[in-house]
Design a protein around this ligand. Structure first.
Ligand SMILES: [Zn+2]
Ligand SMILES: [Zn+2]
Length: 289
């Protein structure tokens, strides 16, 4: 099944959105500093990574993709910043969904907001499984308590998806881990010149561009160059700043990938992006870490 690239509606009806997925399927509910959420399906297991939208918004956005909140086996949280967790506790309580995140992330937010019976803290270096998917948390440098991004595999086919946003700089461990992915949602947050010449206060500019801030277009492009392999078929650039980036700068930074990666697209704050389908055959020769 080909990917839906218009980002408005999924290709899947409510009935087939959560049917057994032999590879991995992913879609964004919205991506950027005003709210994030990414749905990932492998086998018969559906999870939501982050929820920066209120329950009404997230239910509407899930519905656009043919997903009912009762289908969610878990919410995986990357870190405690509001654009990632603003709606987590509300959604979890309403639909009784367990919430996974590092111990530091839980301490940063959930000890306050989340019913303890739904909290599933993990050790950031340990992989774990939920249903048909295997989850590898990846610690990243960002100004939160214990942020982790995620690599998610279908346990049966080893088709592999990675999300990497809210990271101030690339570490050797991060590059090594993401080399195995067949599909990526990676942050291209800002153009450094636009950020520095823009209207943000000096302190905020410093925070965003620091080693604990966000990836610039140039950093993200260099990351893609490092992890690229012939089975990386799907790349979405997300968490794009609405103030400090624009289509021209993105094209300048990522143009070489737009023409060489089979499915290359940009996620938006309002609509995220539609379903992307990672074929099970891409995972055929992968090695589990
Ligand atoms: Zn963020
Ligand atoms: Zn953040």
């Amino acid at each position: 099944m080909k990917s839906d690239i218009d980002g408005i509606t999924g290709l899947f009806s409510k009935d087939d959105a959560c049917k057994r997925v032999a590879g991995i399927r992913f879609a964004s509910l919205g991506s950027g500093s005003k709210g994030n959420g990414t749905v990932v399906v492998g086998g018969e297991t559906t999870v939501l990574i982050d929820c920066g939208f209120n329950t009404k918004q997230v239910v509407m956005r899930l519905g656009r993709l043919g997903i009912d909140p009762t289908n969610l086996a878990a919410i995986l949280v990357t870190h405690e910043h509001a654009d990632h967790v603003g709606g987590v506790a509300q959604l979890a309580h309403r639909y009784d969904i367990p919430v996974y995140g590092s111990y530091g992330t839980h301490k940063g937010l959930f000890s306050r907001d989340l019913d303890g019976s739904l909290a599933r803290p993990f050790v950031a270096s340990d992989s774990f499984s939920i249903g048909d998917i295997r989850i590898h948390p990846v610690p990243v440098p960002h100004d939160a308590r214990e942020p982790t991004q995620y690599i998610i595999e279908n346990r049966h086919s080893l088709a592999c998806f990675g999300i990497l946003t809210d990271i101030g700089h690339l570490t050797p461990h991060v590059v090594k881990m993401y080399k195995r992915c067949h599909g990526l949602l990676v942050e291209g947050n800002h153009d450094l010149q636009m950020l520095m010449g823009g209207k943000y206060p000096a302190q905020l500019k410093q925070r965003i561009s620091s080693n604990l801030g966000h990836l610039s277009n140039a950093q993200a492009s260099s990351f893609l160059g490092e992890v690229l392999h012939d089975k990386l078929d799907h790349v979405v650039v997300g968490h794009i700043s609405e103030q400090n980036n624009d289509p021209q700068r993105l094209h300048e930074a990522f143009g070489r990938f737009e023409s060489t990666i089979a499915d290359f697209q940009y996620a938006t704050q309002a609509k995220g992006h539609g379903w992307v389908e990672i074929s099970p055959s891409l995972g055929a020769n992968s090695v589990t870490v």
